[in-house]
Design a protein around this ligand. Sequence first.
Ligand code: C2E
Ligand code: CA
Ligand code: CA
Length: 889
Amino acid sequence: MRRPSPRQGILAALALAVLAVAWLLPEVRGDAERYERARARITALEVAHGRLRELTIGLRHGIGANYDEGNAWLARILAEQTALAAEIDHLPALHAPWQAYREAEASLEQHWEDFKLGNAVVRNSLRYFQSDALAFMRALPATAEGNRLRQQLATVSQQLLMRALGEVGGAVGDGGLTWVMPPPSAAGLSTAARDELTRLARHAELIARSSPALERDLAAILHGDGRARLAALAAANHRLLLAEQQRVERYRVGLLLAIGVLSLALAWLAVRYVDSLRQRERDLRLAGTVFDSSHQGIVVTDRDGNIVRVNQAYCAMTGYAESELLGRNPRILRSGQQDAGFYRALWQRLLVEGRWQGEMHNRRRNGAAFVQWINIDAVDTDAGERLYVGIASDVSELVESRERLSSLAYFDTLTGLPNRFLFHDRLRHGLARARRERGSLALLFLDLDNFKNVNDTLGHAAGDELLVEIARRLRACVREADTVARLGGDEFALLLPDPGGPENTAAVAGEITRALAAPCRVHGYEIVCGASVGITFYPADGVSAEQLLRNADVAMYRAKDRGRGTFQFFTEDMAAAVAETLRIENGLRNALSAGELELHYQPQFAQDGRVTGLEALLRWNSAELGPVAPARFIPVAEKSGLITDLGCFALREACRQCAEWRARLDPALRVAVNLSAAQFRHDGLAERIAEILAAHALPGDALELEITESVVMEDVARGQDVLRRLKRMGCRIAIDDFGTGYSSLAYLRRFPVDVLKIDKTFVDGLGIESDDTAVVEAVIGLARSLRMGVVAEGVETRAQLLRLHTLAGGQGFAAQGYLLARPQTPAEFAAGYAALAASYRALAGADGAADAAGGAVVPGDNGTPGGSIGGGGGMGAGSGSTGGASGRG
Ligand code: C2E
Ligand code: CA
Ligand code: CA
């Protein structure tokens, strides 16, 4: 329950006061006034009665003769009586004395009228009587009789007058008027005198008779009870008036007290009210200040969602002016990023719980999107109105950096594609779903064919641009639900949930290879990158993420083997290859300790037939798998990391052997050892080599290190550093398989390279393919201008050899190949060493130059296939690649 406000208190107090006054006021006024008025009227009556009496007395005694004044006073008395009666009607306590007075004065008017009449008669008669009597007396003779009569007449006149004046006594009438008419003494009078005397006697008698009635009326007017009763009424009225006045006085004091108390209460309430008003005003001002200066946007809407107030911060956030927002619905900010369901849920929550908070994606006035965090509360005002108050802050930057962070963790920054983590995550989810729904899933593993070269030749910026373009094309090839991820470097992977059969997936893969085969324009160059794609299916090719990825990788390598720019499904035989790889890897782990590894050596010949060096080639005769070709086990060793140990073994063994042969056969002999990428990357390579050379007291130039271009180019700075250190030790550096990579002349010049080994593929085409011939010629020319040596590997026919001689002209080169000598055991080499130079010279003799162009058949000296000089017996079988020569005999 809410406490009543001071204002309500004041209103209640005022209402109470009005009620009290309305109730008390009649009591306070009481009948006092009426008594007061009654008193005035009674006094007026007393005065009027008094005046009437005075006048009556005057009239009676002949002092006055004006009856009109008496009439007026009587009228006044009557009027006052009527007025007083009206007052007394309301004053019951006065009814009795009033009644007594009225009774006493009931016949006043009658008495007055009678008095007037009687008095007039008596007084007139008396006057006439006296003048008549006087005249008569004068006429009386001066006799005794006359004198006596005169005396008698004077006495009667005297008595009558006395009586008229209200004096009692006299001889006239019963009142003592003693005159008998006519008196005997009048006998002597004339008849006229006697008649006159009789008339006088009768006149006197009339006067004497009238006087008593007049006296009664007079007595009634002058001495009636009326006077006393009016006095009694006045006394009663006075007494009651006093009592009433005392009572009213008491009420008045009570009322004053009550008013005093009420006034105090009112004053107290008013003070409180003013206080509360001030507090309210302070609160409002404070709230207003908070509202206006808050850095958070504040928006207030009515129950219909129309904005009724906003603060500056909100305007700044949304870009709208206050006037543009007032009366509008905040939905003008909608960005459309949230669906109707979002707003429905929001209102539902607001209506049920009275509050909602969360992130809202909105649009500013200028259309820019922003994210606000908003707290909305339903608020009911004093006036019973429902408002919604929203406090919002702009969290766009926060959200952006949050998203950037999460995308950093899960997306590739360059291409914006999901990275390895996210891909694995999606793959796991996809698998779980496929398992649940008994569905399938396709995984495409993609490796760019020429990316490395682009990076090496055009630089990283170009490489980045190319990757971005490729990512774009890949995305364009798949559906929305599919995932395209960059796993790292130039490896991409695609995840196709619900692939719908191998044909569909093949279509997608075909589209991808076609899309990537189209040239890209990067840094002004037209580049064709191309990609090889390996495909696996869940559940046919694997049930775990690892299995699927590994098998897709295998399939991708198969695609690369099959000529690049294609795609391959992972099939059963691939699974078998995978199994074999695993067997090889396991076998290799024990190969070294089991002594299953050895080195064979393939001689390299100078133009004059001298053996200048030998390439050391690893041979593995596995107890379990039989002889395994390096082409099979070297890649496995590289992937598994076993190559470091193998390479170390090769270096040690080759150097040991070289030292031995230098001592026994030729002190200038040099051994060439292949270095794999892993070895090259390994820290401490130079130190190890130095240590090995020292262990066999070999000079640096006894060792040639064969490295492929791509290995050196992998990290140019590092490559330069390592090669320079090896160079300082005197070692020779040969670039193996030269011509197959993107031979970057600019870089090549910056490496201390001694020898370029022309790849077998070019040698194969010598004299047959003009392109190949041109390449070989160019490489020889290049080597000449860079002052490098050249080794042609894989020389299998005499024609090739002769052609090499022709191309080289005066420039020196070395040749290596089955034609000249197969890789062989140290023992075989030592045994055949003496004859090698002569055989070479025989092969390269001038007689062979004629059929150089044909080159298909090389008549071997001894008729053995390939006409190999040193390739005796089955010792070449260890290489596992005998087929290379078999058809050429
Ligand atoms: P590579 O360095 O190009 O070695 C030359 C390969 O060509 C050798 O094969 C050799 O037997 C073969 N070859 C030589 N002349 C002819 C010819 O006239 N016709 C044909 N068809 N082949 C010829 P191999 O011994 O099977 O070695 C294959 C690859 O294994 C090597 O290619 C090399 O990359 C790698 N490898 C061999 N031994 C080692 C080693 O000790 N360390 C490293 N890292 N790699 C090695
Ligand atoms: Ca080699
Ligand atoms: Ca080679």
